[in-house]
Write a new protein. Structure first.
Length: 175
């Protein structure tokens, strides 16, 4: 779904080896920017691996400049989309919107961020991958053990409450 230049889009991003996507509801699809940008707070929220990079200064379609010295590789998808795209985002402190009290962008997507249909079929990536050293069997066993521990906790809690009630009744009977 190719977007017209300079339009607001709603996307979600996910870092490799992470299970939860981060929603970026205030994202701009820029018609001139050569690299995608993401705010520092949203980049940190993904729990992805942030890498230092040489200082890069980029100008968006309004002429506003943004400087970055770190990157993060994420997979992103439109909130109503079925396909994810890999992208390297350049991390900036803030992405202010033009105008007073207009707020900030969560991210700005570069021009041509989606593969062109003329280039052939796009690569499809799954929404999530199983992190290394974690297979579904081990994950299922971990959940089962957590459920057992929770039941034990509830039983101990109920037993302690009954014991306290019994002591209070005994003390009340002695009076």
């Amino acid at each position: 779904m190719l977007q017209p230049a300079n339009t607001q889009v709603r996307i979600s991003v996910i870092a490799d080896d992470q299970e939860d996507a981060v929603k970026l509801s205030n994202t701009l699809y820029d018609g001139t920017l050569q690299k995608s940008l993401i705010s520092k707070t949203k980049a940190v929220a993904t729990s992805g691996s942030i890498r230092a990079s040489p200082l890069v200064i980029l100008a968006d379609h309004t002429g506003q400049t943004h400087s970055s010295s770190a990157t993060i590789s994420l997979r992103w998808y439109y909130d109503d989309g079925l396909q994810t795209f890999k992208e390297t985002f350049y991390i900036v402190d803030k992405l202010p919107r033009p105008g007073s009290n207009a707020g900030e962008w969560d991210a700005i997507l570069r021009t041509g961020v989606e593969p062109s249909p003329a280039d052939g079929p796009a690569n499809a990536f799954p929404y999530m991958t199983v992190p290394p050293r974690r297979d579904s069997g081990a994950e299922q066993e971990r959940r089962k053990q957590a459920e057992i521990r929770q039941k034990q906790y509830e039983a101990e809690k109920a037993a302690q409450a009954a014991k306290i009630r019994k002591k209070l009744l005994e003390q009340a009977a002695k009076r």
